[in-house]
Design a protein around this ligand. Structure first.
Ligand code: HEC
Length: 138
């Protein structure tokens, strides 16, 4: 008798678990189904278009390792404040070709991003503007 009651409890428990899993699977499928019905919805579009240039993440990915997470300096010099008065052209000359505004050739440790690229792709104008704006805001 006690054994039978235990068995019923176990069977009821398994059934509850199964129903729970089916509900989860259903919710998951409904989720994908909805985005399939609305391919133009915000989330679907954001996944397919290139992300807008974000100066802060570009800096974190390409520069922070040498210039410090907030451009306060590391093995590379402090950039916060330094590049604030620079024109976009001066900034790009330094970043793309390793030339400081006063005409000095930067030490070879500072990459020439025209050839090094950001994550393997040549830097775009939008990325260079976003990066300059971010650094000039620090
Ligand atoms: C591998 C290390 C390294 C990385 C990565 C790096 N830099 Fe540099 N950077 C340096 C060093 C070292 C110098 C100093 C060179 C000198 O003064 O001769 C420098 C100099 C500079 C200067 C000129 C500063 C001055 O004194 O005029 C700028 C601007 C600059 N870096 C911007 C950047 C930006 C923006 C990035 C990312 C896109 C970046 N750097 C990535 C090492 C690095």
């Amino acid at each position: 008798m006690a054994f039978g009651a235990h068995m019923r409890a176990t069977v009821a428990g398994s059934a509850t678990l199964l129903i729970f899993l089916l509900l989860l699977a259903g919710a998951y499928r409904t989720g994908t189904g909805l985005s399939g019905i609305h391919p133009q919805s915000g989330t679907a579009t954001a996944a397919t278009l290139p992300a807008p240039a974000d100066g802060s993440s570009l800096f974190a990915a390409n520069c922070a390792g040498c210039h410090g997470p907030k451009a306060q300096g590391g093995v590379g010099p402090k950039l916060a404040g330094l590049v604030k008065p620079w024109t976009q052209m001066q900034f790009e000359h330094a970043v793309l070709d390793g030339k400081a505004p006063e005409g000095r050739t930067l030490a070879p440790m500072m990459p020439h991003f025209r050839s090094a690229g950001f994550d393997g792709s040549p830097p775009t104008d939008a990325q260079l503007r976003a990066l300059a704006q971010y650094l000039q805001s620090l």
